[in-house]
Design a protein around this ligand. Structure first.
Ligand SMILES: O=C(O)[C@H](O)[C@@H](O)[C@H](O)[C@H](O)COP(=O)(O)O
Length: 261
């Protein structure tokens, strides 16, 4: 299995239940963003969908500590998106907007710093490959503006949910798109015939995920326990087993998700 530069070893933190997991991740996220702003003047976060990921955003929005963040110096990106119309409630971005983005906009978050993945009624219409290329170009522009010299900007933290099948972002185990999703040189891919509906999706690739300073896998629920145990046993067939951050790889679990460890 290919690796993508420096990898950090997995660290596991177990919380009592989904509610405390989401609250603790939200607190950790606020502090991480504050630290990044002190260190480099700004922060970039890659968001995930899913129930826990969305609850984290709600908890950020309602956290008094989030008012300590200068949201005008934060960029938000997405790890994957369902390729449906812009107003479809299935979109991670729509769920995030309801959960947090409007509240953070009132605290200074700039609309142009909210980098949603294109929708199927966007500028490229119903062409997911063109939409993937468009998002890759947006990442490259941000990287150029930061002067980091790569294809994507610095991600201070990239959050991922994990499916019961061990998928992360829209990278599914055994799916044909996974090959392209592992290749250096593709930053964003279109995924067709996804085993989980809706069938068409956009996803960051594994090398891009691995470029993040910190990768946090945020996982709650007993239905994830097998996948969590298999992924933490070492790199293998599950996409969740192949992700890591350059500085830190954190598995943030509730007790149920950790029950097979
Ligand atoms: O695009 C999707 O279908 C979901 O976003 C999915 O990838 C989700 O992140 C995980 O399945 C974890 O979801 P839960 O947090 O709801 O368990």
């Amino acid at each position: 299995m290919s690796s993508y530069g420096s990898r950090s070893a997995a660290e596991v933190v177990v919380h009592p239940d989904k509610g405390s997991l989401a609250a603790a991740v939200a607190a950790r996220l606020v502090v991480r963003v504050l630290d990044a702003q002190v260190r480099r003047g700004r922060a970039s976060v890659v968001l995930t969908g899913g129930t826990v990921g969305t609850q984290v955003l709600r908890d950020v929005a309602s956290s008094p500590a989030s008012r300590a963040v200068d949201w005008s110096r934060v960029d938000l990106w997405w790890g994957d998106e369902r390729f449906v119309t812009a107003d479809d409630g299935d979109r991670n971005a729509v769920q995030a907007r309801e959960a947090v983005l409007d509240a953070l906009a009132r605290q200074g978050l700039r609309e142009e710093a909210v980098h949603v993945m294109p929708a199927s009624d966007g500028p490229d219409g119903d062409d997911p490959d063109a939409a993937a290329a468009r998002y890759a170009a947006e990442l490259a522009t941000a990287a150029r503006e930061e002067g980091v010299g790569g294809a994507v900007p610095v991600f201070d933290v990239l959050m991922l949910g994990v499916g019961p099948d061990g998928h992360v972002a829209s990278l599914f185990p055994g799916h044909p798109s996974l090959e392209q999703g592992q290749e250096v040189g593709h930053e964003v891919i279109a995924v067709r015939d996804s085993p989980k509906p809706p069938p068409t999706r956009l996803s960051l690739t594994l090398p891009v995920i691995a470029s993040a300073e910190e990768v946090w896998l945020v996982v709650g629920g007993a239905d994830k326990a097998e996948a969590v145990a298999e992924a933490l046993a070492g790199p293998g067939r599950l996409p969740a087993s192949l992700v890591s951050g350059t500085q830190r790889t954190l598995w943030l679990l509730d007790r149920e998700a950790a029950s097979r460890l």
